[in-house]
Design a protein around this ligand. Structure first.
Ligand code: RI2
Length: 332
């Protein structure tokens, strides 16, 4: 054990906000994590001239962020990008490399989302209606670009229990001038006949093309397939989960039961179990296209892109260099 100081306030507050979902959405989490790592680099460089202490502090910040939520791979991929580019023999050069990588990462995120939006918009025709689930900035980028192309797009927005992130989607679509109809989740099948596309985001994409996204996505996809409505997943390549290349599965986050039922109702009902998985996995056979900044892919071929971007395995630069922790967790 060392007497290393705690992580910086910026990292601690970002980690707390990610865990409480004040900061949420896979891309937004990734961007906040990169910024927090840069803040740690700045602060530590002011406090120490010891390169080893600097590297330890920045890795520790990475671990604190990594431990917040387990499912969206954009978070570890942000850490891979920023910590993986830490280089230099002195604190100043180490600091500059980390800050430079964090800036490059967040710039790439913005660009990737714009490019992805352009690809996704090409799938939408004038007069189309999309059905959405949860709130995804990648998915909304597709609609935004279609609207900019002059297409008239309408949306059926599922509220997305338990946290009702559909309300955020409804507001942002309204701001784009899109006609919005809000429905409860269980009304989805009834309204699928009015939809031309199901359009969702992703928290992680597995090597087999399975899409890990907000709980309820898989039921929506199965129903959409049965009704003949194509399912389009908007996911920048930071959503590709490199651990799945080597057989690991994606851990599904289980959240607090208080998001499902309030304490009074719980008390009144009596002794019951409450489960609150935040995500589920939609098998590739229910997905028509994964739209990325590098083009659109049938889910079965996403593995080729994944190998191109990550090689055969993924490193874990937030761990101490000699750590041997296994990447596996409870699975879906
Ligand atoms: P973008 C969200 O998870 C939703 O599941 C959404 O589809 C996904 O992140 C991707 O979001 P949560 O953080 O990166 O709300 O497309 O649990 O914004």
């Amino acid at each position: 054990m060392t007497n290393d100081p705690p992580v910086s306030d910026a990292v601690e507050s970002t980690a707390a906000d990610i865990a409480s979902m004040e900061i949420r959405g896979a891309a937004t989490i990734a961007s906040a994590a990169a910024d927090a790592v840069a803040a740690q680099a700045r602060e530590t460089a002011d406090e120490t001239a010891d390169p080893e202490a600097f590297e330890r502090a920045v890795r520790r910040a990475g671990r604190r962020l990594y431990d917040t939520r387990p499912t969206a791979v954009s978070l570890p991929n942000a850490l891979r990008y920023t910590l993986g580019r830490m280089e230099g023999d002195e604190v100043d050069s180490l600091r500059d490399s980390v800050i430079g990588a964090a800036t490059a990462f967040t710039d790439r995120l913005g660009r990737a989302q714009r490019d992805l939006g352009r690809v996704g918009a090409n799938r939408l025709r004038d007069g189309d209606t999309v059905m959405t689930h949860c709130h995804s900035t990648d998915a909304l980028a597709c609609v935004e670009h279609a609207v900019e192309q002059g297409k008239d797009v309408s949306a059926i927005v599922k509220e997305t229990r338990p946290r009702n992130q559909g309300h955020i989607t409804a507001r942002e679509l309204r701001d784009m001038g899109v006609d919005v109809t809000l429905i409860v989740d269980s009304a989805a099948r009834r309204y699928l006949d009015d939809a031309d596309h199901v359009l969702v985001g992703a928290d992680s994409i597995a090597a087999d093309g399975g899409v890990v996204n907000k709980i309820g996505t898989s039921a929506l996809a199965v129903n959409a397939r049965e009704r003949g409505v194509p399912i389009m997943v908007a996911a920048q390549t930071i959503k590709l989960h490199p651990d799945t290349l080597t057989g690991h599965t994606v851990e599904i986050e289980m959240r607090d039961e208080a998001e499902v039922i309030d304490a009074d109702a719980r008390e009144e009902i009596g002794e019951i179990a409450v489960e609150n998985p935040a995500f589920d996995v939609t098998p590739p056979r229910y997905v028509d296209a994964i739209v990325t900044e590098s083009g659109q892919f049938p889910p079965e071929s996403i593995v080729t892109l994944m190998r191109e971007l990550f090689g055969e395995s993924a490193d874990r630069p937030w761990e101490e260099p000699d750590a041997t922790t296994d990447a596996t967790g409870p699975t879906a």
